[in-house]
Design a protein around this ligand. Sequence first.
Ligand code: BG6
Length: 489
Amino acid sequence: MVSRVIPVDPFDLVVFGGTGDLARRKILPGLYRRYLAGQIPETSRIVGAARGEMDDAGFRSFVADALGEFLPGSTRDGETVGKFLAHLHYVPVDAKGEGGWPDLARLVRHDVVQAFYFSVAPALFGDLAERLHRFGIAGPEARIVVEKPFGRDLESARALNATLAEHFHESQIYRIDHYLGKETVQNLMAVRFANILFEPLWNARHVDHVQITVAETVGVGGRGAYYDKSGAMRDMVQNHLMQLLCLIAMEPPYRFDPDAVRDEKLKVIHALQPVPAEDIVRGQYRGSARKGPGGEPSYVEDAENPASRTESYIAMKVQIANWRWKGTPFYLRTGKKLRARASEIAIVFKEVPHSIFGDEEGWRENVLSIRLQPNEGMTLSVMIKEPGPGGMRLTEVPLDMSFAEALGEDGSDIPDAYERLIMDVIRGNQTLFMRGDEVEAAWAWTDPIIAGWEARGDRPKGYDPGSSGPEDALMLLHRDGRRWREIRE
Ligand code: BG6
């Protein structure tokens, strides 16, 4: 099935930090893929802006290299790449000074959609926002896109919101959480709100518990300095896992409209309970036993901080105090250097109230599993009779709702989260972006949890690279008579 491509209006997109890592790995290759899909109108301009001196030709060859590195050769014939590169420009700008801004003002037009992507340190957001107005670049409808981390606590997030609000209206601010751009995450909303089947079961009466797992195999090597000040709670839970939790837990919005959806998510965040110490397990990966070539460094080596107490893994039991979810725990876990790269949301339903088949061996609950990556898709496990004449024996089979068939065998037609979100910015659709109050509420819940373990002086537990995390995380579920789902690709 070829996905429908919705045309967009001509635009000028300026990427501040245009030669940075995110631009190279995600933003620019994503734009090329949108070009292939016919979504970059002929007259649109994509402008890289950064500190370094470079001309258009230099930037085009930088982008050509990035496409070569991050996209399969089959998608890159020379002529098409050349036509895409013709949309690109580069302006050296000094975020804290005056240099380059008049040049940018000459290049960026007012009669097309304007988007400014701040792929830079948050400390520069205010400087960029102010200059975009002072130099007459941003028109009244201009949109700005800001990356995480959006603050490191409530206070800094408030300060950032206040700075941005001095120059832009909330309706112009697009705070990216790229998890919201993932194909399955949006499908979660479709499954919940476009089918009658699930809604009657979607509550504490029928859902035993929910597991949200975002497991990664990579360590923090290369970005240890940033990560060590952040840890899994700030880097992943406060934003990505929180957003997933909100989409599962929220009430049906009255319409699929940005504020209607975000109002419902905000209510969930407000209903989150404080998390007691015994419901949190933090971990830090050890190094591999073998040192030297082929051996793997430990977290503290990657972070270059032997005394670090930062967690590279966290598991927690989260309770939502409202009518729908009271009594249904949400277990969250995320970590680096785990056994597989696998992200999954599992809705584990309760057992039938009475089994007419007796105490069947191998009885399992119904589970709706939503796979974010890899192998995007959904399965619903149901119990059926084992085929054959062997009597009334039950077996579990998956009802497969995977998207592979619909979206190309290898999933290569599934747009990357970034390209989808950038196109939403151009279309002016904020549904999949976080509103300022949402981010602040998420920090208001996160801050006391972090303050709690800091005050207690808790140390994270060690876990082996390639494992499922610290042993104590198993206990978090065992003591409730439950078990984690296996982490596997
Ligand atoms: C980022 C985090 O936001 O998300 C990284 O800062 C993490 O630490 C990444 O590795 C995971 O994203 P994805 O799309 O690869 O699951």
